[in-house]
Design a protein around this ligand. Structure first.
Ligand code: ATP
Ligand code: MG
Length: 141
């Protein structure tokens, strides 16, 4: 996979292939921002990236705000959707998670752009129809 990456996906199976491919590029310390409407496939994508690293039980962090998975790599999976004020993120130790020891996913990262690290992968998903999605991935160095 080369960046910037952009394609129109026709099926879940195709999203899974892209997630697997993306998973091969990432390493400890990376931060991956995921934006796009409700149901566009942010959690779905994260689930299949994690699966590449032997993690099977990924679920949406929209109620918990953050989920952690520890295996070959430590994954931290945020969802900012229900956060009202940036202080809530400070309180749960957002910056400690950015120590460089983890791989971090953030759904709805665009709600708090001011706290995001400049070096990141930015994934944008667009709903096309039931099975089709437009995906773009930009690498910010
Ligand atoms: N090509 C596709 N890629 C990804 N998901 C797809 C695709 N086609 C259908 N889907 C379905 O779309 C839904 C995506 O839901 P998901 O929870 O990943 O969205 P989300 O972007 O995380 O939403 P939220 O903002 O609520 O967290 C799933 O039910 C999935 O099965
Ligand atoms: Mg989600």
């Amino acid at each position: 996979m080369d960046f910037p990456f952009h394609t129109v996906i026709q099926s879940e199976a195709e999203t899974i292939l892209n997630a697997q491919d993306f998973g091969k590029q990432i390493k400890k310390g990376d931060v991956i921002l995921l934006n796009g409407d409700l149901g566009s496939g942010k959690t779905f994508f994260v689930k299949y990236v994690c699966k590449e690293f032997g993690i099977e039980n990924v679920s949406s962090p929209s109620f918990t705000i953050v989920n952690e998975y520890h295996n070959k790599v430590d994954f931290i999976h945020f969802d900012f959707y229900r956060i009202k004020k940036v202080e809530e993120l400070y309180d749960i130790g957002f910056h400690e998670y950015l120590s460089g020891e983890n791989i971090i996913f953030i759904e709805w990262s665009n709600m708090f752009p001011e706290i995001l690290p400049k070096r990141n992968y930015q994934i944008d998903l667009k709903f096309v129809n039931n099975t089709s999605r437009e995906i773009s991935i930009v690498k910010h160095e």
